[in-house]
Design a binder for this molecule. Structure first.
Ligand code: FAD
Length: 386
């Protein structure tokens, strides 16, 4: 399916596709059958190659040694990496542009630039059990005490907590009636894992629950300036929602290709399955929805690259996240159906995506939360300004 993208995006698409095909896809089943883990030498080799290709530099400003790619090209990369199950593409860390707006020089040196070099890994500790989707109700606190902040709270679902060197920790500042992000090293006294729940997918990255009890960090580890509140968390959400869209497009494309290949090769009553109209309709609906999803994802990326109004971009990234994640789940469901009993085996890509894509309707804001964002924007600004 060809849609118009820039030459640069096309170039990165090819690079990412070759990497995904050669380095990642051959290890999916091994990872699946081993709770998401691969042998260290394979993970290290995949990480090394990703760093050589520059994937960790794509959103880093040139002034900091990065490649500063347009989001259109970044989408092209993550679309191809999205073809792979078991989060095998998460073998490198990716500093994001907003970090360079938010962080001090010292914070960039200590935390962000080492991520680009593959020396450090981060994780996000934002969600809490009580407020859940309602981030305005966060209960974790940061209270200033001389040259330190003292952090308290419990954070759920901290993805990659078992692999990360440091947290982006979101807390309320009761004294300022505001929120802020803090950079917190894993080994800081007072941080404890209270649970490591098992989730639906088989990923090497776990999602532990952490308790922060009187965790003392220097004031210099507060991110941004007073009054910034949730601004940087929202920047992160926009980026992630767009890239979830990209990855879901890649997953849907792979599912359609694999289901089609199976339907062509599988004979039922002496005829290929692909000759049955009911199977053709499932493939046709999937391809049509993927076309729409790709158009909107690339269009939103280009709108970000043009620097359009941030409020409009916020709701457009929500639309991408909502539509494309729901689309990919429909495609996965149809792919399982086309594969029949084989589609229920964990060795089968459709089975794995059927489970893995489900969380794309939940994390970075559930589909319902995306609808709230879109509806608020629509009612406030009108259709023409979205
Ligand atoms: C595998 C996984 C990894 C994650 N990784 C991270 C991470 O790294 N860092 C992090 O901080 N968080 C992470 N999360 C948390 C994730 O972002 C939250 O699960 C998500 O935002 C929803 O919050 P909740 O689970 O508390 O659901 P709830 O807020 O309790 O929502 C429950 C249901 O109510 C609906 N709902 C909620 N509010 C409204 C409303 N106002 N109107 C209508 N319906 C509503 C929701 O859509 C949902 O259907 C992760 C979650 C998962 C499952």
């Amino acid at each position: 399916m060809k849609i118009e993208i820039s030459e640069d995006a096309r170039k990165w698409q090819d690079i990412a596709r070759a990497y995904a095909d050669e380095y990642l896809q051959p290890h999916e089943v091994e990872a699946e059958l081993n709770d998401g883990d691969l042998p260290q030498d394979i993970t290290q080799r995949n990480k090394k190659r990703a760093l050589e290709l520059g994937f960790a530099e794509i959103d880093v400003p040139r002034s900091h040694g990065g490649r500063e790619l347009p989001l259109e090209s970044q989408v092209a990369i993550w679309e191809q990496l999205g073809r792979i199950t078991n989060a095998l593409s998460w073998c490198f860390s990716e500093p994001q542009q907003w970090m360079f707006d938010a962080c001090s020089d010292a914070q960039l040196e200590k935390y962000v630039l080492p991520m680009m070099r593959g020396e450090k890994k981060d994780c996000y500790a934002i969600t809490e059990a009580g407020p859940g989707s309602d981030l305005s109700g966060l209960e974790a606190t940061a209270v200033k005490d001389c040259d330190d902040y003292v952090l308290n709270g419990e954070k759920w679902y901290v993805t990659s907590g078992n692999l990360a060197d440091f947290f982006w920790f979101q807390a309320r500042l009761p004294e300022e009636n505001d929120d802020a992000l803090f950079l917190v090293d894993q080994e800081t006294p007072g941080i404890r894992i209270t649970a490591t729940p098992k989730f639906t997918h088989s990923y090497a990255a776990h999602h532990p629950t952490y308790r922060f009890k009187n965790v003392r960090i220097p004031v210099a580890q507060r991110v941004g300036r007073p009054g910034d509140g949730m601004a940087y968390t929202h920047s992160w959400f926009r980026h992630e929602r767009l890239m979830i869209g990209a990855r879901c497009c890649g997953a849907a494309a792979r599912l359609i290709e694999e289901a089609m290949a199976f339907a062509n090769g599988r004979a039922v009553g002496g005829l290929p399955l692909s000759e049955k109209q009911i199977i053709q309709f499932m493939l046709a609906d999937s391809a049509t929805e993927l076309y729409a999803a790709r158009l909107m994802t690339y269009d939103a990326a280009r709108a970000c690259d043009r620097g359009e109004d941030v409020k409009a971009l916020h709701s457009r990234c929500s639309m991408v996240k909502l539509y494309v994640s729901e689309m990919a789940n429909r495609v996965a469901d149809r792919a399982v159906q086309i594969f029949g009993g084989r589609g229920y085996m964990r060795e089968n890509v459709a089975e794995r995506f059927f489970r893995e894509l489900r969380v794309d309707r939940i994390w970075e804001g559930t589909s319902e939360v995306q609808r709230l964002i879109i509806a608020r924007s629509l009612l406030k600004r009108g259709l023409d300004e979205m």
